[in-house]
Design a protein around this ligand. Structure first.
Ligand SMILES: [Zn+2]
Ligand SMILES: [Zn+2]
Length: 615
């Protein structure tokens, strides 16, 4: 009997084992993960231990996601179905909370939490390592779940997102053939928390760079079509290949557009959106066209916030951050490169806009292209350091530049070398600039006109101590509270780090240097200047003021070889022309008696000698 009992138990054990085998089905999550995919396509799903990556196959008799790791067996005991809000049942979506998953697919020394809501599907990568793929298939209509995942990685963190709005096919439509056939619209919001500090360190906003890779339909009237056919009028679509290596940290995204911030009203976030406690800085973004742009790639680089302490926005001065603001000016030949210590900015010294116009006290100097490149480029320190000296601009730096505007034009002391306010004495044009002795154009006030190009949330210049100069607004859109500025005319708030602000009245830029600068004495010992900085060399001898003249017009051709400058003198109009042919600048200069004189100068090749600024 005893033996029989044992045999029976063995039999039952065998039976139970084999029946387990017979019934072994992949978990529902693994099946969902391969919905709409083909054999051997990569997939990902979550089990009790975390996120598993694998490939789709139909071994168990149903297409499902088989994890890559060795002899992974599916857990018998499945988690209760995740309370995702993608179901059409509103009740379940509202009561559910988003459970935080753990992604094992990558590793690093910092722990992060990524929270995402997207209409309608996304995948997220740290560089090219998959962190998470939306657990609800793209083929699920009305998928408004949010996702929360923790993962390990290192700073700087490069996150890449593939964002897809639901579309039934390449027409870009959803509910095809139903009464509510329509063009779907997208929407995406995310935030990243550093789990050590428990602080949100990055959010979705217009600083992210995005590229549209699927746009449909190109013609909105497609949605009224009774039998919409993708690719057939009016339902044409446009697809663009994903750039190779777009997920790599060194990918050059300077040609990508900034993400577009959409209002809550236009995105109408729902479902799992409310399960996440969003930072007020996290914005709903997409490309500009919420409806027609169906698949969008977006990138963000996240610096170590600890390294940002004592530095500005950009004065952790990584190339991608700094170039993001100089990049608006590629057409002015402004380009950025990087060395160990410095961000190097090259420029031809000729900005866009109505330069010179409005000058009432004119020294007869004109804007000539300058060779601010190579070893004569502008240098911004990558590691600005506060100084105990705070050198004042009212007693220092009467020579040379004190800052560099983001359009590649130097900013000089608001006081000219006689100690006069250059703006008040009428020496400046409407942009706050004029040309110096080397016919080098420069500003003497804050170039706040650049805010209309870069936006109010970005610096318009960097002072040569490495700290950023913003305009009349704070990055959050509020007007500057000038009572919060220190004696240098800067302050620190909202995690942006130390920065200066422009003012309408003197000193227009910073009053003194918050940060350390290296100084050199001018040869006569009268003043000092900040070094290193590019040098300029006069082409012609410096000129006398032309009393009573007012500059009324300025033109330049695209190649910056042909210029004209129009002015009024004693009620009459005159035009000075200058142009470059074969390394020679030819000036045609009015004599103010009805005749002109022509002067020719060999173009300057090396800007080695003189620090130009003197009036
Ligand atoms: Zn000047
Ligand atoms: Zn501020």
């Amino acid at each position: 009997m005893k033996i029989n009992k044992i045999l029976i138990s063995i039999f039952f054990i065998c039976l139970s084992v084999s029946s387990t085998h017979a019934n072994r089905m992949p978990p529902r999550e693994a099946i969902l993960a391969c919905e709409g995919k083909s054999m051997q396509e990569t997939c990902q799903f979550q089990d009790r231990k975390g996120i598993l990556s694998g490939v789709c196959n139909d071994k168990p008799g149903i297409m499902s996601c088989a994890p890559n790791r060795g002899k992974q067996t599916f857990k018998e005991k499945l988690r209760p179905p995740k309370q995702n809000s993608y179901t059409n049942s509103k009740a379940s979506s509202q009561s559910s909370s988003t459970q935080t998953k753990y992604s094992k697919s990558i590793s690093g020394s910092n722990k992060f939490k990524l929270e995402v809501w997207v209409d309608n599907w996304f995948s997220a990568y740290a560089e090219d390592q998959l962190i998470i793929e939306d657990s609800v298939s793209i083929t699920t209509e009305r998928s408004f779940n949010s996702e929360s995942v923790t993962f390990e990685s290192d700073y700087p963190l490069h996150l890449n997102f593939v964002l897809k709005d639901f579309k039934q096919n390449d027409t870009g439509l959803e509910y095809i053939g139903k009464h509510n056939q329509q063009i779907g619209d997208g929407g995406f919001i995310m935030q990243v928390t550093d789990m050590n500090s428990n602080k949100v360190i990055a959010v979705s906003n217009k600083n992210m760079k995005c590229m549209v890779v699927h746009k449909a339909p190109l013609n909105k009237s497609c949605k009224n079509s009774s039998s919409p056919q993708a690719g057939m009028s009016p339902c044409e679509y446009k697809t663009t290949d994903e750039p190779i290596d777009w997920k790599k940290s060194n990918f050059d995204d300077s040609s990508w557009k900034n993400a577009y911030e959409h209002s809550k009203r236009s995105v109408r976030p729902k479902g799992g959106y409310d399960n996440i406690n969003w930072s007020s800085n996290a914005k709903l973004i997409w490309s500009k066209d919420l409806e027609l742009d169906n698949t969008v790639l977006c990138r963000i680089r996240i610096e170590n916030p600890k390294e940002k302490i004592n530095t500005t926005y950009l004065s952790s001065n990584s190339k991608s951050e700094v170039s993001s603001v100089f990049n608006y000016f590629h057409s002015n030949n402004v380009h950025v490169s990087e060395s160990d210590q410095y961000i190097q900015v090259s420029s031809d010294g000729i900005p866009s806009g109505e330069l010179m116009v409005g000058i009432k006290s004119w020294q007869q100097q004109v804007p000539l292209p300058q060779n601010y490149s190579g070893d004569n480029a502008w240098l911004l320190t990558k590691n600005p350091q506060p100084s105990s000296k705070n050198l004042s601009l009212s007693s220092n730096f009467y020579m040379g530049a004190v800052g560099l505007a983001v359009d590649g034009i130097p900013i000089f002391n608001p006081l000219n070398n006689r100690g006069d306010d250059a703006y008040l004495v009428g020496e400046l044009d409407h942009m706050g600039g004029h040309s110096g002795r080397a016919d080098d154009y420069h500003y003497h006030t804050a170039p706040t006109h650049l805010n209309s190009i870069v936006g109010n949330d970005k610096p318009i210049a960097f002072i040569l101590d490495g700290y950023a100069l913003y305009g009349f607004y704070e990055p959050n859109g509020e007007k500057v509270d000038y009572s919060t500025l220190d004696k240098n005319k800067g302050h620190r708030h909202d995690g942006i780090g130390y920065h200066y602000h422009a003012s309408v009245e003197y000193p227009y830029i910073n009053q003194s240097m918050y940060g350390k600068v290296k100084i050199s004495l001018d040869s006569r010992g009268n003043t000092n200047f900040i070094s290193p900085q590019p040098k300029t060399k006069p082409l012609r001898k410096s000129l006398e003021p032309l009393r009573g003249a007012e500059i009324t017009g300025f033109t330049v051709n695209d190649e910056k070889t042909k210029f004209s400058l129009t002015y009024k003198l004693k009620g009459k109009g005159y035009t000075l022309y200058y142009q470059l042919t074969n390394d020679t600048w030819k000036f045609t200069i009015p004599n103010h008696d009805g005749t002109n004189r022509v002067e020719s100068y060999k173009a300057v090749k090396n800007n080695k000698f003189v620090h130009s600024h003197s009036h």
